[in-house]
Design a binder for this molecule. Structure first.
Ligand code: B16
Ligand code: MG
Length: 226
């Protein structure tokens, strides 16, 4: 069994696809006559597509048939995919590649743990798929974050004890999921919002190699103690 593993969320950690999710939800909301702002979109971060649509319809006080619900899910996703098609390496968030390259050099296993069902095409578009030893996405889980399932499957796929795993997350639900998986959570974004994380950084430019090395050592100790 490997001693340590790193798990990355996708949207908001590796790439900023939240802006594309926003545009696609906004298009649907406009069509349905629901007011939907960038602030409303904050509540959609880390939340499954299905749950997002439920929230949107609750906001508009709209109840629909199962068929209509499914059709709007498809419509939103098709719209979203139009934005994704145009993505390239320039959309990788600052210094993400520096951290991925360092961990790769150290031969530390890495996994993706995302709620998105579009995770693989996005990683392909930004040429990062090859970095990951395991991908766990919205297609492989039955329970959404804050349930720890996504990260526990990722740890199992990496062959790392959850106690030896680090999770980078930008969403409150994701931090909660990592904490309940007994993993070391690192918030990426606003430290006040992500106050439940063990550590937090505004972005990856603020993470230095010394910090990562200390982290790996402390995880190994944590793991040894069980
Ligand atoms: P999709 P993450 C999440 O990804 C997004 O933060 C969230 O806004 C989105 O609704 C969800 O994926 C589902 O995405 O519609 O592509 O399946 O942050 O867990 O990587
Ligand atoms: Mg996210």
């Amino acid at each position: 069994m490997n001693k340590t593993g790193f798990i990355f969320d996708l949207d908001g950690v590796i790439v900023d696809t939240a802006k594309y999710h926003y545009l696609a939800w906004k298009n649907l909301a406009d069509e349905l006559g629901i007011e939907f702002t960038i602030e409303d979109n904050e509540n959609f971060k880390g939340v499954s597509r299905r749950r997002c649509l439920e929230i949107l319809l609750e906001m508009g006080g709209i109840s629909v048939s199962k068929e209509q619900f499914e059709a709007w899910l498809v419509e939103k996703n098709e719209d979203y995919l139009q934005y994704i098609l145009k993505m390239d390496e320039n959309e990788i968030l600052p210094d993400v590649k520096r951290i991925l390259n360092y961990l790769k050099e150290q031969k530390i296993p890495m996994a993706l743990g995302s709620a998105s069902k579009n995770a693989i095409p996005i990683l392909e578009k930004v040429s990062l798929l090859r970095y990951f030893d395991a991908i766990v996405d919205g297609n492989s889980v039955t329970k959404a974050k804050p349930d720890p399932e996504v990260f526990l499957i990722a740890a199992a796929k990496l062959g790392v004890d959850p106690l030896g795993c680090v999770v980078f997350e930008d969403a409150v639900a994701g931090i909660e999921a990592a904490n309940s998986a007994k993993m070391l959570s690192i918030g990426i974004g606003d430290s006040e919002v992500l106050s439940e994380s063990k550590f937090s950084f505004e972005d990856f430019t603020k993470i230095d190699i010394d910090f990562l090395n200390r982290l790996v050592l402390s995880l190994q100790e944590r793991n040894n103690k069980g």
